[in-house]
Every structure is written in structure tokens, then in C-alpha cells.
Design a protein. Structure first.
Length: 184
């Protein structure tokens, strides 16, 4: 999770994966921790408690930084434009970007949920670079055809769509029940 707005996306992903008993490794940037406090009623301990393993973003020697550490892939949610740029240019100066680089080189799914509007040419070119490298750029745009009744439903729909890129993860509407701020 990086410092972009939309921390609920990362939180919901952790909740959905926990509901499926899928092992998760979480890396929070310093900026993510600030944005979490600004945007949500969660504290960092609530969020780290959802993950099986928590890594420091400064620890580029942590297990997700190695291709020999097998994972199903990686989601960066939310993904700041800084992180998107670093991934696009292979600037792996922290664990989030190094792990993303490893996902790309090992041909594992890498899904980025970038949060910014409007997009400038540099943002679009970085998105294209990540896509050309094999990543999936999925701006978390809400869908309305399913007539969501709440922001919570929109966040859950986007998170489940992000997980659909991973083999063996099937998030159905039943797993969504009871998740979210009202059950926290």
C-alpha cells in the first residue's frame, strides 16, 4: 500500500484474502501510513493485523524481493504516481518497487491500482510502460451497472476484480458479506 488516496482498496484486498485464508505479505509505505490516518478510522495495527507477514518498505532484502520466493503475484493498492513511475522505470529503491520488479521479471501477475486525476502524459506513458512489461494497470473506477448501494460495495467490487487476475482466487459475493467498516 502506497500513499495515494484510496487506502480502503488495500484494506479490502487484505480482508478478502484473509476470508479465503490466503497468506498475505504486506508492505506499507510511510506515506500510506499517513494517508490511512487521514482517510480512515483504521489505525496501522488494525491493518497490519489483517496480514500474515508485514515487511518494512526499507528492507529490500525481505523475501518478496527475491524471485526464489514464490508468490501468486502482487497488488499495489492504492498505487501512487511515484510508485507507478518507479515501477515503470525499474527504480527499485524500496521493497514495494523491488517486489513489483520481481513479479514482472518472474512473469507473475502485478496489478497496480493507480489513484490520480486528471492524468497527464507522463502518467499515461508510465502506465503504458508497466503494461508493456506485463503488468496490469487497473485504475479503481467504480462500476455502476451493478447498482451499488454504498461506497463499501464499490470498493469491494473493485478489489474482487483486482483479485480475478490471480489463479486460484475466487471471490464471490458470499465472501463479501460481513466485510467492511460496519463489521470492523
Amino acid at each position: 500500500m502506497t500513499g495515494a488516496t484510496g487506502q480502503l482498496y488495500g484494506i479490502r484486498l487484505l480482508e478478502l484474502l484473509a476470508a479465503q485464508d490466503i497468506e498475505t505479505h504486506l508492505v506499507l509505505s510511510d506515506s500510506a501510513q499517513i494517508t490511512i490516518r487521514q482517510e480512515t478510522d483504521y489505525d496501522t495495527a488494525d491493518i497490519t493485523g489483517l496480514a500474515d507477514v508485514v515487511h518494512s518498505n526499507e528492507n529490500i532484502g525481505a523475501s518478496p524481493a527475491s524471485g526464489s520466493f514464490e508468490t501468486a503475484g502482487m497488488v499495489v493498492a492504492p498505487c501512487s504516481m511515484k510508485t507507478l513511475s518507479n515501477v515503470a522505470h525499474g527504480d527499485a529503491g524500496n521493497l514495494i518497487v523491488r517486489a513489483a520488479d520481481v513479479a514482472l521479471k518472474e512473469r507473475r501477475p502485478l496489478v497496480l491500482l493507480p489513484r490520480e486525476t486528471p492524468l497527464n502524459r507522463i502518467h499515461l506513458e508510465n502506465m503504458l510502460s508497466v503494461t508493456d512489461a506485463g503488468g496490469i494497470v487497473m485504475p479503481p473506477l467504480p462500476s455502476f451497472y451493478n447498482e451499488p448501494e454504498s461506497i463499501d460495495e464499490m470498493v469491494t467490487d473493485t478489489a474482487s476484480r483486482a483479485l480475478s487476475y490471480f489463479d486460484g482466487i475466487d471471490v464471490s459475493a458470499e465472501e463479501w458479506a460481513g466485510l467492511g467498516p460496519s463489521s470492523a
